[in-house]
Design a protein around this ligand. Sequence first.
Ligand SMILES: *[C@@H]1O[C@H](CO)[C@@H](O)[C@H](O)[C@H]1NC(C)=O
Ligand SMILES: *[C@@H]1O[C@H](CO)[C@@H](O)[C@H](O)[C@H]1NC(C)=O
Ligand SMILES: *[C@@H]1O[C@H](CO)[C@@H](O)[C@H](O)[C@H]1NC(C)=O
Ligand SMILES: *[C@@H]1O[C@H](CO)[C@@H](O)[C@H](O)[C@H]1NC(C)=O
Ligand SMILES: *[C@@H]1O[C@H](CO)[C@@H](O)[C@H](O)[C@H]1NC(C)=O
Ligand SMILES: *[C@@H]1O[C@H](CO)[C@@H](O)[C@H](O)[C@H]1NC(C)=O
Length: 342
Amino acid sequence: MRASTYNFRFSWILSLWLCACCGASECPLEVTPARVVVKYGDPVLANCTTTVEHMGMGWEASQGSTKMVKNVSSVVWRVANLTHWGIKPMCFANFQTSQCDKVLNITVYKHPDSVSLKRHSNHTGPIEEGRQYKLVCEIQNVAPLEYLTVKWYKGQLEVHNKTYNSDRKTPVNEYPILLISPSRADDGAQYRCAAVLDLGPEGPQPPPVVQSEPLSITVQYSPDILSQPHADGLIEGRDLHLNCTAVGNPVPTFKWNYTSANNVEVHTSGAVSVLTISTITKDNAGNYTCIATNSQGQSTMTFPVNVARGAAQALVAVGAVGGVFLCIFLVGLGFCFYSKMK
Ligand SMILES: *[C@@H]1O[C@H](CO)[C@@H](O)[C@H](O)[C@H]1NC(C)=O
Ligand SMILES: *[C@@H]1O[C@H](CO)[C@@H](O)[C@H](O)[C@H]1NC(C)=O
Ligand SMILES: *[C@@H]1O[C@H](CO)[C@@H](O)[C@H](O)[C@H]1NC(C)=O
Ligand SMILES: *[C@@H]1O[C@H](CO)[C@@H](O)[C@H](O)[C@H]1NC(C)=O
Ligand SMILES: *[C@@H]1O[C@H](CO)[C@@H](O)[C@H](O)[C@H]1NC(C)=O
Ligand SMILES: *[C@@H]1O[C@H](CO)[C@@H](O)[C@H](O)[C@H]1NC(C)=O
């Protein structure tokens, strides 16, 4: 009873041990490196080794197959110019009781021939603020898709990225799209896209990147008037300049709405329109409205103008009256003096 329990335990432990041992080294072949990353057309090699006696081992592959060789502990798979996309090099060996193989983990890659960023051909007109547009990153002839990351940049800022789930090994053309809804702040912004092949630690470091030329976008937007209305309470006789400066794309045109007068002139240059009232009078008082317009809309700004009786004129008046009195006084004084002398 006791012995049988012991035997049972022993055989159980033994079978467990055998299982673990044989499971782990079921195929006593080792391929080094464990993974290779090779550029299409480049040389590559891998080494298959074993410590177990065998009746022959070798490599089987669509490029670089070897003969089955005996009495060696390693066989090297070597290709001078790897040009098979789907290659699956396999090291095999015949042992006393079994045959087994190990497949080399290999990634064959290729940089894209070109990467360029374009507007989707559906929109050919100007880019208008607040509408949605598509920017297409055209990537030609890249492999493998599984390791491709497409990144989009606005200026230096990464704004979007895209990765792929695909086990396709051969080169492909890809046309991923970035959706943008530009605002006026984006007028003149430069977009780029980049195809990054992140092939892992066995791949080239840093991961190779092919970038597009920058794509500048021009955004059309309605005018905004930057000027602030001036302080009012102007004095008669002075000159007044009302500065109406606007931003907008296309550059806005200007109109002024006011009660016309001979002493009012408007000069517009680019996005600045200046209305000048020379020697302002009370008749010029009122609202002066600047209207900036372009294809995207218009914006208005009203400058209220109040005209006060000039302090200078008041002074002149006081001075004149004073002068007359002084004159009379002097004349009177002189007359008295003259009389006394007499
Ligand atoms: C392959 O591995 C064996 C055993 O580690 C070593 O002796 C041999 O030099 C290796 N061959 C190459 C080409 O690395
Ligand atoms: C582009 O326009 C065509 C018709 O003008 C339409 O059928 C197609 O869906 C549009 N494509 C995109 C991506 O908007
Ligand atoms: C891709 O974008 C996501 C957010 O959309 C970000 O978390 C991630 O880090 C980006 N990946 C890369 C490789 O830049
Ligand atoms: C009008 O104002 C803008 C800024 O508000 C300024 O750059 C410009 O020089 C001014 N022009 C005139 C003629 O005053
Ligand atoms: C111009 O001013 C007049 C009178 O103040 C007003 O009736 C008219 O609507 C204004 N026009 C514009 C374009 O603002
Ligand atoms: C100027 O416009 C304001 C409102 O914008 C109005 O209250 C005022 O009466 C106007 N002045 C004149 C002289 O039309």
